[in-house]
Design a protein around this ligand. Structure first.
Ligand code: IMP
Length: 197
């Protein structure tokens, strides 16, 4: 079975991808290839950051690999937090601070102007070629938290095609329509057309 590196150490994402690619690809994490580097995510776009991570693994470790990067784009905030989604509240991966900041900045903004979307960019480097896949989901930012499921901004994001927040959904419900679920579906469809050697 062919090895492929997923440029992450996020256990949740890894187990999801390992399940999807079981029997076809052996999905390795950054830790699995001995990479403990603090990969600089300095690009101004999520596509750029996904590219940096994938190229880093290829150049420094020689593996074919893919990486993902996600941003929440809120129209009333000119697309913010976007590429800054992980540390919008000032502390990396502190979801409570991130949500508080968004709710504060949108205080008083009517629902019809609270439009937003999650976008995931995936970059795959394989057999000397680079491929990009995008997944997105349109929705609205709620005025308060709903549900305790998921992570990040899930309790304050309601997809337009559902009648509850991501935070109120089971992982299966969310993955079916989520930005990352859709980007991963495109990646796996592409990989399935390239049968591993
Ligand atoms: P990452 O690029 O996947 O690490 O995502 C960056 C940040 O976006 C995370 O730290 C979260 O705050 C937010 N985020 C990413 N995916 C989701 C999601 O599915 N739901 C809610 N927030 C998310």
């Amino acid at each position: 079975m062919k090895d492929i590196v997923f440029a992450t150490n996020n256990e949740h994402k890894l187990s999801e991808l390992r399940q999807i690619m079981a029997g076809k690809y052996n999905v390795l994490s950054l830790a699995d290839i001995g990479c403990n580097d603090d990969i600089p995510e300095t690009a101004p776009t999520i596509e750029g950051n996904a590219m940096i991570k994938a190229q880093w693994v290829k150049e420094h470790y020689g593996y074919d690999c893919f990486s993902d990067d996600t941003g929440l784009e809120i129209d009333a905030l000119n697309g913010e937090p976007g590429v800054h989604s992980a540390r919008y509240g000032g502390v990396a991966h502190d979801s409570e601070r991130n949500m508080n900041k968004v709710l504060r900045l949108l205080d008083g903004v009517p629902m019809e102007q609270r439009t937003a979307r999650f976008r995931t960019a995936i970059v795959l480097i394989m057999d000397g070629e680079t491929h990009q896949f995008e997944g997105k989901v349109e929705g609205h930012i709620l005025t308060e938290r709903h549900g305790a499921g998921g992570f990040g901004y899930d309790p304050i994001f309601k997809p337009d095609e559902a009648d509850c927040a991501f935070g109120e959904m089971s992982p299966e419900q969310k993955n079916r329509i989520s930005h990352r679920g859709r980007a991963v579906a495109k990646l796996t469809e592409f990989l399935s057309t390239r049968q591993a050697h």
